[in-house]
Design a protein around this ligand. Sequence first.
Ligand code: NAD
Ligand code: IPM
Ligand code: MN
Length: 368
Amino acid sequence: MKHFKIGIFAGDGIGPEIMREGCRVLELVGTRNNVNFELVEGAFGAHAYFSEGDCFPEATKAICDSADAILKGPIGLSHEESKKIPVDQQPERGALLPMRRRLNTYANFRPVYLPKSLAHFSPLKPEVIGEGIDMIMVRELVGGLYFGKKEVGVNADGKRYVVEALEYDEDQIRNILVEAFKISQRRKKVLHNIHKSNVLKSSVLWNEIVEEVKVDYPDVEVRHMLVDAAATALCLNPTQFDVMVMENMFGDILSDQGGGILGSLGLMPSACIGPDRAYYEPSHGSAPDIAGQNIANPYSMIGSVAMMLEYSFDMTAEANNIWHALQAVFDDGYSTADLSKPGAGVNMIATNEFGDKVLEKLAAMPVV
Ligand code: NAD
Ligand code: IPM
Ligand code: MN
């Protein structure tokens, strides 16, 4: 029997609620496929800071280093609650970025997917959505502004100042571009390179590397777009995009806009892949506004499980079964509160009920 050790970091806010559904799906997948998924829980996030004085405890680091993959829930607190933790120990800076660095998960894949049949979930008009939205954003995850030099102080004029550097070397850029070209080759072979070379030198270097890397992928058409224009294009004409590649901060912002054009961040799973290690997490945050109410959408977490099966465990057929199960629940007219606007004709169900329905659908599908 195959055995995989999976770190389970439930996180803060809605994290534990959606993680529960993700784990139920993993357990069913294990049973159906005769695979032993050993789920090992780790404390990670604000709750770990309050209970253990560290948002990324040593025991959790040890799980990071030994697990075959990690499934992670969102971390972080509301704006006000965050103030209870010193800035550098807040879980975004104190846990998530160090974990990304530790695992070297430089390639972040964020699918933005909405079939035509679910166009009513989107705030965009059906004619804008056309045959459906189906793109993947490829975000560099361990460089740029997030990991560049930082300096905070008081200058000669007595003014508080800050410097935060957007740093990349050519290898970092090449590595993420190669991932984007490879995934483009498996899809529609149109790659949108998102940049800001009219201002940022980092984008000038980035684009130089695009020219170098594209030589190895002559079948992929590269289209260049400035990041500000891309923000508009995502609203006006999202179906032009298949694969988009961009640096860390641009990817953070545009991927949340991706959730916006679908209708909810709850539809945004993701995979964070490095040369040796990988972890999977929803793209969204801990949603403090709805935490503890059993109304969060677990699609993002269950979709992250599907991505884990495909990217880490070579179980693509079962991953596809999960995607189909998720869509089937929507097709039956059900969803959680985020996508059940009045008049939309959607039957609103709770987080755990959504999970129940996904499990039912999956259990009914043949194992390939
Ligand atoms: P958020 O993504 O938590 O929430 C934005 C909006 O989307 C809220 O209205 C929320 O209710 C909704 N939403 C998000 N996920 C949902 C889901 N699964 N189902 C239904 N609705 C959902 O963003 P925020 O409020 O700006 O941030 C809250 C905290 O999360 C902050 O501390 C932030 O730093 C943290 N954060 C963590 C991660 C991560 O762990 N990867 C990602 C983003 C934000
Ligand atoms: C994300 C989040 C993180 C990021 C935060 C919580 C550090 O917004 O995963 O998109 O900015 O990368
Ligand atoms: Mn983000």
